[in-house]
Design a binder for this molecule. Structure first.
Ligand code: RAM
Length: 351
């Protein structure tokens, strides 16, 4: 499947800062800006949307973008997706800058580091573009955040799955994505808070390590955890890359079936580890819904039917109607839990 193709720039906005250059671009392409009044109360016809996920080398990204492509086709938008190879803190910045130069109407981003991307995103907004964060927030420089599932629900679901498997005592560790990822950090913060508050959870959280959403690094971090903490009872990996790499390590190690592994995984990637008994249960959502809803939210922002204020309501296409919550937050759905009984039902969450 070809995920990252550039479908060209069908529509452009004239940026105040580069009016002359943009005018030449418009003349060359013969295109008109999709929104002639800066996006408020305008039309979304032929709008351009570019998705900038965390990194290319991640099957999760492919599923998210499938939904984005589906919705852009429904709405007649021009779709584009670009991303760095790695999920490093500032690796997305040049990609955002290119979109600013291109006058893209909507930038949808899963932020690798909210601090690193903000200046470039704000430049895009100053030029009239709409910015939507999806998957991983950049709270100070976007119009909306399309969050897969309420962050606390994600955190508590993983803890409950761990508790069901190992009870409430013993050494546990977290194997995360990057140290700067807003989504993983929000989940980890909520998990740590819950461990403190919930008397059932008497675990000793001995380490939090980062595989950077890189398969090899995640595998090595999993191996390192077991070497450093031979009494570990459980690992929580709130990243699809991390949990798949950790499962692969455990599956051929002496720890298979002895160390519990929970977290957030893609069913097609995790299936073999559920079937061979390495993993009992894990969780996620359908990532394609995030890309899909992001695109419908983009339409509403461009047309000015919403501004990102609390209480704004917009049409989410096949997903139904959505209301914007506090701080521009939109929650797509609920946590799905997978185990040996139901994993075959989720083949559709494929990449
Ligand atoms: C990884 C990425 C992504 C996250 C999922 C659960 O693929 O870090 O941002 O939402 O895991």
């Amino acid at each position: 499947m070809e995920l990252f193709r550039n479908h060209g720039k069908g529509s452009r906005r004239v940026l105040a800062v580069a009016a002359a250059g943009a005018a030449i671009a418009l003349a060359l392409t013969g295109c008109q800006p999709a929104t002639t009044d800066g996006g408020d109360g305008g039309s979304s016809e032929g709008a351009s949307i570019t998705f900038i996920p965390k990194n290319l080398d991640n099957p999760y990204t492919g599923v998210e973008l499938k939904g984005g492509e589906e919705a852009t086709a429904e709405l007649g938008f021009t779709y584009n997706a670009v991303a760095p190879l790695d999920a490093g803190a500032d690796s997305q910045v040049p990609f955002i800058q290119t979109e600013v130069q291109n006058g893209t109407d909507v930038i949808a981003i899963a932020a690798n580091d909210p601090n690193a991307v903000c200046a470039a995103l704000n430049e895009a907004r100053d030029g009239g573009a709409k910015v939507i964060a999806f998957d991983s927030d950049a709270p100070d420089c976007r119009d909306l955040f399309i969050n897969q599932v309420d962050s606390k629900e994600v955190a508590l679901g993983q803890l409950r799955q761990l508790f069901d498997q190992i009870g409430g005592t013993g050494e546990i560790a977290i194997l995360s994505a990057t140290a700067t990822a807003t989504n993983q950090n929000a989940w980890i913060e909520a998990m740590i808070q819950e461990i403190e508050d919930n008397p059932d959870y008497e675990w000793d959280l001995v380490a939090t390590v980062y595989g950077d959403d890189d398969d090899t690094k995640s595998f090595q971090e999993a191996q390192g955890l077991l070497q450093s903490y031979p009494n570990l009872k459980g690992i929580i990996s709130p990243t699809t890359v991390g949990i798949a790499a950790t499962a692969r390590y455990l599956s051929t190690s002496e720890y298979k079936g002895k160390v519990a592994l929970v977290g957030l995984g893609l069913p097609p990637q995790m299936k073999e580890y559920v079937k061979d008994g390495t993993v009992i249960g894990f969780a996620l959502w359908d990532p394609s819904d995030i890309g899909y809803l992001t695109t419908y939210a983009a339409k509403a922002l461009l047309e000015g039917t919403i501004t990102g204020a609390e209480g704004d309501v917009f049409d989410g296409g096949k997903l139904g109607e959505y209301t914007v919550g506090k701080d521009g937050l939109v929650v797509v759905g609920s946590l799905l839990e997978f185990n040996a009984e139901n994993i075959d039902d989720y083949d559709y969450i494929s990449f």
